[in-house]
Design a protein around this ligand. Structure first.
Ligand SMILES: *[C@@H]1O[C@H](CO)[C@@H](O)[C@H](O)[C@H]1NC(C)=O
Ligand SMILES: *[C@@H]1O[C@H](CO)[C@@H](O)[C@H](O)[C@H]1NC(C)=O
Ligand SMILES: *[C@@H]1O[C@H](CO)[C@@H](O)[C@H](O)[C@H]1NC(C)=O
Ligand SMILES: *[C@@H]1O[C@H](CO)[C@@H](O)[C@H](O)[C@H]1NC(C)=O
Length: 959
């Protein structure tokens, strides 16, 4: 913390401290009276006096665009040769006034700037040469989306150890680091994000440091220069070294701060707050010295200046923070952390632009309002919560609660934590949980742009802003909304310009031609849940109210049932006359279904479904649901099984592979399980094969035996809680994790082991021998977590060998299976099933890099490709917190197929087909749980689960 005064050459003013040269009259200090006397005297004034004075003026200037900026004719980001574009007949969400302004009309993009909006005059059009015309036919057009929290280019896809620039190990306080210094321009995720309508992002250093460094806002398109520098929007002079930027010399700077548990490597919360305070104290000293120096210079007391202008190369960033020239993004989850930082802002008097993650911000809005210099925005996830203690109280209702408090809400991805391509889905979910539509769209456009101090360029469509535009295939708040066209700086990005002469048209939005697709979806009423969440400090009870006797569901539009063979089928529909039906349930069993059941209501409790539906519950697979409460807290879960490759299995287990059963580790009533239950996911098949997360590798070749349980059960002994004790045998085969790979065996070693076990060379008086023999004989499915097509091919060869060897037919399933589309025919020929997990692919690691991205990048998705070859495909979820979103994942997959998958098939992918692949037998037509939705069907974002009907357990759970 030393090294205060570095007399580093001052690039900004381009000066060296000069020798006195001029003689001027000025005021002098009287040694006799101890005050300024006003007596004229002679002083020598330094040659750079003017520079010192203008520098002093600059200290007090607030950054922001100048008048010259607003008068610009050509954007500084304009690429020569870019033609002007007129997009005609749009429904334009401009982002202005918190998203309340919608204009019907045209947009003219020229010279990298929005040159016309709404009514563009004939004269302007006639005077614009080389104009490209686009007919929008009334489609929704928004500003390019702005992701306020991203690690694009720092944590690149696919992750490789050689490009992993997130947290520095060099101390808690590092304001001199710059994210731009680590920005990889070859991240696969730029193009993917643009395909989701994201055109700019704030690239934040990681949260492993209290002050992680300076952040930069970039545009995601490839520039002609191909450099990181050319991607930065409004690089501050501290980056460019140029004080004469032309129209905007004083540009906002951005910085990342973090608090809470991520700083554990530097001590406790108490330590990290001291590291902040001591750093800001050093910065304050510099600032005070500068202010004193300027006070003397401005008073003309040149003789009283002792030495050069006080500055510190080390602390200059924090000095700028104290001068209000920096937009700080502060990672901060809990009440304690938010309170700490707010106290810090008041002690040192600087503002925070936004709190990120901010899981508990909705519980302490008044704390945020006490922040010095104005209330920070909250930049949050929609439903990605509970992954660590700090996030345990995170709520899907936070966005609405914060908005009601007048706190600006930003939805963000923390890419690659959430794939930035799906930033709009965060806004869709926030809207589903009752954030008003204008604020939901603003939360990914104008609000983040305003928070970042860049709304004069991005996040808003107004004349004079940069020309980043997205044209959507439906209202952007509808599930599966996909960009048809994307422009950045007026340059078309989507559809992707072909690199060859071959023209490949990608079909986007087939089946969304109806007018209803252009409207924001209706959403359920969540007032009760929101109030409960606040009342219970973020942890409202999630169990249903169990009712055994008679219940009548009225105003039922549709009832679906499990078919006798495969999938689900509609067994009641209110169309025709249009009159809605009712369904009577007694002791959890449907006893009447039709238009006249309501008459039997009598004493029964009545539940009005308001045109909703009743349909079979879904099953989730692929996450740790039911094995842990909080992913990041080992004491809340089953723990780590032994990995036979890492060390010998303890003798007391007496089994070389250490095969264990997921059922033995089950925990009931976890919040993730109950939320899944309340979202229509009534079953989970859970294995011990933990998906590898960003910051942890957990691939154990031998991953034991899975189990199927009811997500809404209270404990394992409850009737019906365990649907099937042993389901399938699970193994994980893949390349080492790029970062956490110590001791991982090679792929060839893993396959050699698998071959040996499947050949039956392990004694079968132990679990390992027994279960691999059963897998080889096809008695139990062998579910292999695998992503690489090359590894899948090797596994298909092993399968054929084993089958030849013992004359069996194995039931092999590939789960994960990101690259399975490359091998669709071979997988089909081998009769292997596929569970795509996650439902939408992302090239996180090398094994997953060859994704089939789907529209608007490719016509086909993996799902469509595999189904076309006759493969049985189901969808999985990697993250226990996101199992609740299964119904939307199914809907989205069907929409992305451009009409090639219908709702029945979509249903099967999380019910009958998934059961068939995993070998789940116990779910039958009679005993299966049914889910009652209010205000819509299983796949509608406008519907909400109000009850689960459980014939097997003989009651109804009401929510
Ligand atoms: C937008 O909403 C915020 C509160 O979230 C409010 O402070 C601000 O004045 C609003 N801006 C406009 C232009 O209405
Ligand atoms: C119009 O296009 C032609 C051909 O590409 C080009 O030479 C000319 O410079 C363009 N004019 C403008 C104003 O962009
Ligand atoms: C711009 O427009 C001109 C005239 O229509 C055309 O020849 C040229 O190919 C266009 N340039 C681009 C990059 O589309
Ligand atoms: C705009 O598009 C809508 C929907 O296709 C169409 O009904 C309308 O006539 C169009 N308006 C104009 C001015 O072209």
């Amino acid at each position: 913390m030393s090294c205060l005064f570095n007399t580093v050459g001052h690039a900004r003013m381009g000066s060296t401290q000069g020798v006195a040269a001029l003689v001027l009259l000025t005021f002098a200090f009287s040694t006799t009276t101890g005050s300024f006397t006003g007596v004229s005297s002679l002083h020598r004034v330094p040659v750079d006096a003017q520079e010192i004075l203008s520098r002093c003026v600059a200290l007090k200037t607030t950054p922001g665009p100048s008048q010259e900026f607003h008068d610009r004719e050509v954007s500084d980001r304009f690429e020569e040769g870019t033609n002007a574009t007129l997009i005609r007949n749009c429904t334009i969400f401009t982002g202005e006034k918190n998203g309340t302004v919608v204009i019907h009309g045209d947009i003219l993009l020229d010279k990298g700037i929005v040159k016309g909006l709404g009514k563009v005059s004939r004269r302007v059009i006639d005077n614009t040469p080389n104009l490209t015309l686009i007919e929008a036919n009334g489609a929704w057009v928004t500003p390019g989306l702005v992701d306020l929290h991203s690690h694009l280019g720092l944590l690149s896809a696919p992750i490789l150890a050689g490009a992993f620039d997130v947290n520095s190990p060099n101390g808690p306080v590092l304001p001199w680091l710059r994210s731009i210094d680590g920005l990889n321009t070859h991240d696969d995720a730029y193009a993917l994000s643009i395909a989701g309508g994201v055109t700019s992002a704030q690239i934040l250093p990681g949260s492993g440091n209290a002050i992680g460094g300076q952040a930069f806002i970039i545009k995601l398109r490839k520039t002609s220069e191909r450099s990181p520098s050319s991607m930065v929007v409004e690089p501050p002079h501290t980056l460019t070294g140029n004080s004469n930027e032309g129209y905007s010399p004083f540009r906002w700077r951005h910085m990342k701060q973090a608090c809470g548990e991520n700083l554990i490597r530097y001590g406790t919360r108490m330590d990290s707050m001291w590291s902040f305070r001591s750093a800001y104290n050093e910065a304050r000293k510099v600032k005070n010295m500068q202010d004193a120096y300027c006070a003397k210079a401005e008073a003309g007391l040149w003789g009283a200046l002792d030495g050069p202008f006080p500055e510190s190369y080390q602390w200059e960033m924090l000095v700028d923070v104290l001068r209000g020239k920096v937009k700080i993004s502060n990672h901060c989850y809990e009440a304690v952390d938010l309170d700490n930082i707010v106290r810090l802002t008041n002690e040192f008097q600087f503002p925070i632009a936004s709190f990120h993650h901010a899981s508990e911000a909705y519980l302490v809005p008044d704390v945020l309002k006490k922040a010095w210099g104005g209330t920070p925005a909250a930049a949050i996830f929609a439903t990605n919560h509970r992954y660590k203690r700090e996030a345990f109280r995170g709520s899907e209702f936070a966005a609405r609660i914060l908005a009601d408090e007048g706190i600006p809400v930003v939805m963000k991805t923390d890419h690659p934590v959430i794939n930035a391509r799906y930033l709009i889905h965060e806004a869709q979910q926030a809207h589903h949980f009752s954030l008003p539509p204008h604020l939901a769209l603003a939360s990914v456009t104008s609000t983040p742009a305003t928070i970042a101090g860049l709304s004069h360029r991005i996040g808003i469509l107004a004349e004079g802003t940069d020309a980043d535009v997205v044209m959507w295939d439906s209202h952007p708040l509808r599930i599966g909304a996909t960009p048809v066209k994307v422009w950045i700086d007026g340059i078309v990005q989507i559809p992707v310009p072909s690199k060859t002469d071959e023209k490949k048209e990608v079909e986007v939005g087939k089946g969304k031609e109806g007018e209803e697709w252009k409207e924001a979806p209706q959403v359920p009423n969540w007032d009760k849940e929101r109030n409960q969440t606040l009342k219970w400090d973020g942890l409202p009870p999630l169990e249903g109210r169990r009712k055994g006797d008679r219940i009548v569901f009225t105003n039922v539009k549709q009832v679906w049932n499990r078919g006798s063979e495969v999938g689900v089928e509609e067994v009641f529909s209110a169309d025709g006359s249009g009159s809605l039906g009712s369904v009577t349930v007694e002791n959890g069993r449907v006893t009447c279904m039709g238009v006249s059941c309501a008459q039997t209501a009598g004493q029964a409790e009545v539940v009005d479904l308001k045109g909703g539906s009743i349909s079979p519950g879904l099953m989730t697979y692929g996450s740790t649901l039911g094995l842990e409460e909080i992913r990041g807290e080992p004491s809340t879960g089953d723990g780590e099984p032994y990995d036979a490759f890492q060390r010998n299995i303890p003798k007391i287990l007496d089994d070389v592979g250490g095969i264990v059963r997921a059922m033995d580790g089950l925990m009931f009533g976890t919040r993730n399980a109950l939320l899944a239950y309340r979202s229509g996911v009534t079953l989970s098949t859970t294995s011990l094969a933990k998906p590898a997360f960003l910051f942890a590798a957990s691939a154990h070749l031998i991953s034991g035996l899975s189990t199927t349980f009811r997500t809404g059960a209270a404990h394992a002994m409850e009737s019906g809680a365990i649907v099937q004790d042993v389901v399938a045998l699970h193994v994980v085969v893949g390349k080492a994790h790029p970062i956490f790979s110590a001791g991982a065996p090679s792929v060839s070693t893993q396959i050699a082991t698998l071959r040996r076990l499947l050949y039956g060379w392990e004694s079968n008086d132990q679990e390992t021998g027994v279960w691999f023999q059963r897998a080889a004989e096809g008695v139990v499915p062998l579910v292999i977590e695998v992503d690489s097509a090359d590894i899948m091919a090797s596994l298909l060869i092993v399968k054929a060998e084993v089958e030849n060897n013992i004359g069996s037919r194995m039931r092999m399933v590939f789960s994960g299976a990101t690259e399975a589309h490359l091998l669709a025919k071979e997988i089909s020929d081998a009769d292997v099933g596929v569970i795509l997990s996650p439902a939408r692919p992302f090239p996180m690691v090398w094994d997953q890099r060859r994704i089939l991205a789907g529209p608007p990048l490719t016509n086909d998705t993996s799902l469509v490709t595999l189904l076309r070859e006759g493969v049985i495909v189901a969808l999985g979820a990697r993250d226990a917190a996101l199992a609740r979103n299964t119904r939307f994942d199914l809907e989205w997959a069907a929409l992305e197929s451009n009409g090639r998958i219908n709702q029945r098939q979509a249903y099967a992918m999380a019910t009958t087909d998934l059961e068939k692949l995993l070998g789940v037998r116990g779910v039958d037509q009679e005993g299966a749980d049914m889910v009652a939705f209010e205000g819509g069907g299983m796949f509608d974002i406008s519907s909400k689960v109000v009850a689960v009907i459980s014939p097997r357990r003989e009651f109804v759970d009401l929510f």
